[in-house]
Design a protein around this ligand. Sequence first.
Ligand code: SF4
Length: 321
Amino acid sequence: MVEVFVRERKPPILTPSSLPCLRNVATVNVTAGCALGCKYCYIQGYSHYPGAERVILYVNTPEVVAWELEHKRKKPQRVYFSPSSDAFQYLPQVQDVSLRTMAVLLGAGVEVAFLTKGFITRPFLELFADHVERVFAQIGITTLDQGLWRRFEPRTAPPYMRVAAIEELVRLGVHTTVRLDPLIPGFTDSDENLLPLLRALAQAGIREAAASYLFLRPQFAGHIQSLIGTGESVGADHTLWPYQEFAEGSGGGTGLPPDERAKRLEHLEALGNSVGIRIRPCRCKNPEFATETCGITGPPPSFRACSPTQATFGFHRSEPD
Ligand code: SF4
């Protein structure tokens, strides 16, 4: 059972994150910690992580954001939810604070981008319906399989609910993409898992997806190692994974070697193409071969004036030494 601790905080809270793709955008977390409790979640290693089963809710976030918008010399064009939590956690108090914060931003003409594995409830959809042009959604999903979902992300929205949310967002006209991340080798990256998922996503209206593989950070590796176990292939045997740095000093962890990652992600790209979904690898976590940002905060501001098909994707493999 997750305990919620209520706190107030002071401005500024609309701040960029240290992740390379979030450095130029204002971001906001309405909680420290996350009730969704994904087994692989990186925030377990962060200094402000309040511990398992604990969430600190910043109750005055909507008021502080309103104050900041009023007092900032330049309003942010877009705000991203949430670099180290999820705005759509199932807890009603969290949903309420997220909804009111997004309403403040959208009401002030500020765009809202989010990545979620949570519950996009009716009040959010009603809010987004009034601001379709200013909302950019990315839904994290790696499986339709109930067993895998329960094993790795037991408190997130069930896969069928996430696909239904995608359908609804697409129907509203919200720019909606998917994030296949973290793929877990030997579990969620098989064709048997991915093809039905990609077909369902294509049917729901998805045309673009970002993807990346699991990395284990030393601070929380133990939480997931017992779920993965060890196997004979380099894919399943995490004890053979080398430590690798992410892009631009944004940390690192042990994961599949770059060649193996690139090969598997290229295969995924081919699967995506077969159903009409363009897949691009996350550059932050695949700096060895990925050249494009994965669009975590939505398309660039000029997007509305361009054709979505102008977006560029693809891999860049370094020449071997
Ligand atoms: S939803 Fe995101 S922030 Fe929340 S536990 Fe899962 S990976 Fe972590």
